[in-house]
Ligand binder design. Structure first.
Ligand SMILES: C[S@@+](CC[C@H](N)C(=O)[O-])C[C@H]1O[C@@H](n2cnc3c(N)ncnc32)[C@H](O)[C@@H]1O
Length: 220
């Protein structure tokens, strides 16, 4: 039987235990024993990039890094001139990408198009006030109705929407990742953005169900 190896662990600011594991060539990140992400289920992370980058953005913000599948898709789609800022709250996640996940997507952190902000994506958003980004992707938590990091609620309400909107260029777009459908969230987004829609996303290509949701919203 193949063994599961614990590669590294750290304590998140909220006290939860984050563990990086490898099993049979696949990687898993667990938070207090629950899988937060893996290298198997990456379809929704990639679809998020496809939706956000449909108009060929020049400046892109991704929060957070995770295992870098959204980053990889953005770089694939956006070509040589794109500037991508990736904000990742946990320095350990960035270090694990460089140490254990180089061959997954970690090498992309050294791509000349990529700038890494080790810190809260809210800082990147606020620094961009005035409309820097053509596309913003927020995959920092489980979704508006099931937040894991309490501080992230500042991104999922009206004030958070205004902060994001201010960071977006005139025709900019934000995409929020969510584990669940949430009609209330869609309605709230529509008070601040236009063309708001929720799109079902599969966890992996052969999945039968659309288990996740991507909320897409445009500034104008
Ligand atoms: C589900 S993962 C992202 C997965 C990523 N889309 C991918 O393709 O692998 C969520 C990441 O967001 C980070 N995170 C959580 N809150 C954050 C915040 N406020 N700012 C930046 N990163 C955050 C977590 O540490 C974690 O690495």
């Amino acid at each position: 039987m193949k063994q599961t190896k614990n590669l590294a662990q750290c304590t998140a600011p909220d006290g939860s235990l984050m563990v990086l594991q490898e099993h049979d060539g696949q990687f898993f990140m667990k938070v207090d024993g629950v899988t937060l992400m893996s290298t198997i289920a990456t379809s929704s992370e990639q679809l998020m990039a496809e939706l956000a980058c449909a108009a060929g953005p020049r400046r892109v913000l991704i929060g957070g890094l995770g295992f870098g599948f959204t980053l990889r898709k953005v770089l694939e789609l956006c070509g040589a001139d794109v500037e991508v800022e990736v904000a990742e709250l946990l320095p350990e996640v960035v270090a694990w990408n460089r140490e254990f996940l180089l061959e997954v997507n970690g090498h992309l952190l050294d791509d000349s198009r990529v700038k890494v902000h080790v810190g809260d994506v809210k800082e990147s958003i606020d620094r961009a006030a005035g409309g820097k980004f053509d596309a913003v992707m927020l995959d920092v938590d489980n979704g508006p109705d099931s937040l894991v990091h309490r501080d992230n609620d500042q991104l999922y309400g009206r004030r958070g929407f205004r902060r994001v909107k201010s960071a977006l260029a005139a025709k900019g777009r934000v995409v929020y990742w969510s584990a669940n459908r949430d009609k209330g969230f869609e309605r709230e987004l529509a008070k601040e953005f236009v063309n708001v829609r929720s799109i079902g996303a599969k966890a992996y290509p052969k999945a039968k169900k659309f288990t996740h949701t991507l909320f897409v919203a445009d500034k104008a």
